[in-house]
Design a protein around this ligand. Structure first.
Ligand code: ZN
Ligand code: ZN
Length: 361
């Protein structure tokens, strides 16, 4: 038996389908048959060689759901359940060491110095080789954090909890406050932004506002009941004024950047009230710098907080949130494709012509 994998062999080039050997399973490893994987906006930066973490050749794909084929040894999931062949599972894309300063002393495992990420920083040349979700089989190593899913869970929907869902939970948790009576602006209507809006809404935010230039993302936001949608085609002045209008001239309590671009930041600062908090959650690759007016930051007493990836807690919360609202999150999926169509799927995401693109196997 061989695995079928889509491999990035050269940056800026299409992925290539190859049939590859399945290596023996080391102690504690699990062989998983992929059922669903999700294309993430960050995959585009990886294909283009803009993400310094990515080696080539590599099997990309860091959002996955699959069925256990074989386990070498005993392995429990995050709820303490013993995993067995045939179980439907989802896993945390990041595998942390538990030993470094950030894991052990600061208890911020998302900053682990040895964090290995399926489909992002694991070369196809190194064991277990099958370490990305864009293949019909993946090997999960011993320290992988796994959740067993109920057979009623829709794998195509739950798969998005693994990256954008978990990062959105991290962004909201980073506020460290409840959202009752708060006005929350989210810049960017991709999966990360929609998740953040849904979380803010379910946590009782008074006003949830999305900034987007895309008509179908607007439709998705409407379905999840976002209170106000401001178009990117308006002038920045108009957008700022609309937010001031509904906040008694003060501005938003919280702004969340979920666009993936530095360019959103100067405008995001203008949306904030004095003493407000700006969360940068979408920017995930180095890019052109933008000028920031730090007088605006100090005179408004603004907190700017970066949010990097997610940990087991965020992951588990995201899975439970999506499981509870599967119908809602199903509306994010605009395309289901096969592994053979992976390059088409990446193009859809690159051209921002899709909500969530899911690969089914
Ligand atoms: Zn991602
Ligand atoms: Zn660590």
């Amino acid at each position: 038996m061989k695995a079928k994998a889509a491999i990035l062999e050269e940056f800026k080039k299409p992925l290539v389908i190859r049939y590859v050997e399945i290596p023996p399973l080391l102690e504690g490893s699990i062989l998983v048959k992929m059922v669903s994987s999700g294309i993430c906006g960050s995959d585009i930066h990886m294909v283009d060689g803009e993400d310094p973490r990515v080696p080539i050749p590599i099997i990309l794909g860091h959002e996955g759901v699959g069925e256990i084929v074989e386990i070498n040894g005993e392995k429990k999931d995050l709820n303490g359940e013993i995993l067995k062949r045939g179980d439907l599972i989802i896993w945390n894309r990041g595998v942390v060491c538990g030993e470094c300063y950030f894991c052990k002393v600061l208890k911020m495992p998302y900053l682990c110095e040895n964090r290995k990420i399926y489909g992002i920083n694991r070369s196809f040349k190194e064991y277990p080789h099958l370490s990305g979700a864009y293949a019909d089989l993946i090997i999960l190593e011993e320290k992988t954090e796994i959740l067993k899913l109920s057979p009623n869970t829709d794998p195509d929907v739950i798969v998005m909890a693994g990256c954008s869902g978990a990062t959105a939970v991290h962004a909201i948790d980073a506020l460290g406050d409840n959202l009752l009576d708060k006005t929350v602006v989210v810049q960017g209507g991709g999966p990360l932004g929609i998740f953040a809006l849904a979380l803010a809404k379910f946590q009782g935010a008074k006003n949830t506002i999305l900034i987007t230039g895309s008509s179908f993302r607007r439709e998705i936001a409407e379905k999840i009941g976002v209170d106000m949608i401001l178009d990117r085609n308006m002038s920045a002045e108009e957008r700022v004024n609309k937010i001031l209008d509904i906040t008694y001239g003060r501005g938003a309590d919280i702004v969340i950047e979920a666009t993936g671009t530095n360019k959103a930041v100067p405008e995001g600062l203008r949306f904030l009230r004095k003493g407000g908090t700006y969360i940068i959650a979408g920017v995930a690759s180095p890019q052109e710098k933008v000028p920031i007016d730090f007088y605006e930051v100090s005179s408004k007493n603004i907190t700017i907080k970066g949010v990097w990836v997610s940990d087991a807690e965020h992951f588990k919360k995201a899975v439970s949130f999506v499981e509870k609202h599967q119908d809602l999150f199903a509306t994010l999926i605009t395309h289901k494709i096969s592994l053979d169509e992976i390059n088409y799927g990446l193009d859809l995401v690159r051209e921002r012509k899709a909500g969530k693109v899911v690969i089914t196997y």
